[in-house]
Design a protein around this ligand. Structure first.
Ligand SMILES: Cc1cc2nc3c(=O)[nH]c(=O)nc-3n(C[C@H](O)[C@H](O)[C@H](O)COP(=O)(O)OP(=O)(O)OC[C@H]3O[C@@H](n4cnc5c(N)ncnc54)[C@H](O)[C@@H]3O)c2cc1C
Length: 394
């Protein structure tokens, strides 16, 4: 978006090119940033995607809920979203950036923030041929869960409650749901408020187990054993994977919920996971990253116009992004609360179904206070995290 507006942009990526990555299940509201980028048709027609019309929940006993069909909530093209192979999806995004004039440099790592006085003026980067200095009026940190600027500045603050462990791999030959449900995301509950994701991709299926480390490690720490045990103990997942063949190694990550102390300092702004990540249960990560990317670009263009790229120029962006993150965070807390069941909640509050569905599909443009006030009668809904605003200028 910045290059399209005529700005000179250099993008550095540590990897040698787009690569396999977690974050395959998109939300309906990914549509709008993709529309701004002119990429909706390209994704819709791509071979790396499966249409995702719904999300469904499966009880610990293996009973499947009625799927939540997005189009029943809103009759709009965004209601058909996608499961994507990230290597190809990311390649599409980066090729689009390159076509619009971005200088894309793979195999180049940001190593250090460069400062002049109190202001960030770029990064020291490394591309195998020795360190180089890249200077810019504005540095945007989009380094994902590597949280480059948070680490440089000691800004990382873990979420006080959501310390989970995730273990995932891929299978071929799993059973597929049929028709409209073929591309549904399934969230299957584990006994102790953990869950398993099942995300069908074009040629394989992504299956991940998420829960408290103490619960998942109760018989040992071997990733394969934990994953196999939990999939075996969940009747729906066991049936789904019968006869399937594992085609990838196990991967794991933990303690992935955090927020940066600040969203910006003079000359620097943080976007996507580089600012914050919350638990993946509602597949909100890519939507939040795309949405924040669009907001950062808009805020940066306005800041360039005014000739002011101080931290304060990103106050509005930070407030808006945090409001959206808080909505998803409160939903995640409700999900993990032992006293909360979506079905029971909606029976008691049928009038809040549109609010709940809007939140689940990633509509960050509205106020969810009524929803969470009602939810707080069933679950401990946390107050907003106070930090994350721009760092006051020196
Ligand atoms: C277990 C798990 C499951 C998930 N499932 C989903 C899901 O189903 N749906 C969903 O929407 N989201 C999901 N997510 C979240 C999703 O992966 C992220 O939110 C999303 O990819 C964030 O995008 P981003 O652009 O901020 O960061 P990323 O996509 O992580 O991109 C950051 C890039 O920066 C590069 N980089 C890092 N450090 C440097 C450096 N110093 N110099 C240069 N380059 C650097 C990295 O190589 C990377 O390519 C999941 C996350 C986890 C942990």
């Amino acid at each position: 978006m910045l290059a399209e507006a005529g700005r000179s942009v250099t993008l550095i990526e540590r990897a040698d090119g787009p690569r396999e990555k977690i974050g395959e299940s998109l939300l309906p509201y990914c549509y709008f940033p993709l529309e701004r980028l002119g990429l909706v048709d390209a994704v819709r027609e791509a071979s790396f995607r499966v249409d995702k019309n719904s999300v469904q929940f499966v009880s610990t006993g293996g009973k499947k809920s009625q799927p939540y069909y997005f189009f029943q909530h809103r009759d709009h093209p965004s209601s058909r979203t996608w499961q994507v192979e990230r290597r190809e999806f990311d390649a599409l995004l980066i090729e689009n950036a390159r076509a619009k004039g971005v200088d894309v440099r793979f195999g180049t790592s940001a190593k250090k923030l460069l400062r002049d006085g109190g202001r960030v003026i770029g990064v020291e980067a490394e591309n195998g041929a020795g360190p180089t200095e890249l200077r810019a009026r504005l540095t945007i940190d989009a380094s994902g869960r590597d949280t480059f600027a948070q680490r440089q500045n000691a800004w990382r603050v873990p979420d006080p409650v959501l310390g989970k462990l995730a273990i995932w791999t891929y299978f071929e030959g799993a059973r597929r749901e049929e028709g409209l449900d073929a591309g549904a995301t399934t969230v299957a509950y584990l006994r102790d408020k953990g869950w398993i994701w099942v995300i069908p991709l074009p040629d394989r299926v992504s299956v991940g187990v998420v829960g408290e480390p103490a619960y998942l490690h109760r018989e040992g720490k071997d990733l394969e054993e934990i994953h196999a045990r939990e999939c075996r103990d969940q009747p729906w997942v066991r049936a789904y994977l019968e006869g399937a063949r594992r085609v990838a190694p196990f991967q794991a990550t933990s303690d992935f919920s955090y927020r940066s102390r600040h969203c910006a300092e003079d000359g620097l702004v943080l976007a996507g996971d580089a600012f914050s990540f919350i638990d993946p249960v509602f597949s909100s990560g890519v939507m939040l990253a795309l949405w924040s990317g669009v907001m950062v670009a808009d805020a940066a263009l306005a800041a360039f116009e005014r000739g002011d790229v101080s931290a304060a120029a990103f106050r509005g962006y930070g407030d808006e992004f945090r409001r959206g993150i808080e909505a998803m965070r409160r939903l995640v807390y409700a999900f993990y609360d032992r006293g909360f069941r979506f079905s029971e909640f909606l029976q008691r509050h049928p009038e809040l179904r549109p609010d709940l569905t809007d939140c689940l599909i990633g509509n960050m443009d509205r106020d969810y206070d009524a929803l969470f006030e009602a939810a707080s009668r069933f679950a401990d809904i946390p107050p907003p995290v106070p930090h994350g605003g721009p760092k006051p200028s020196a």
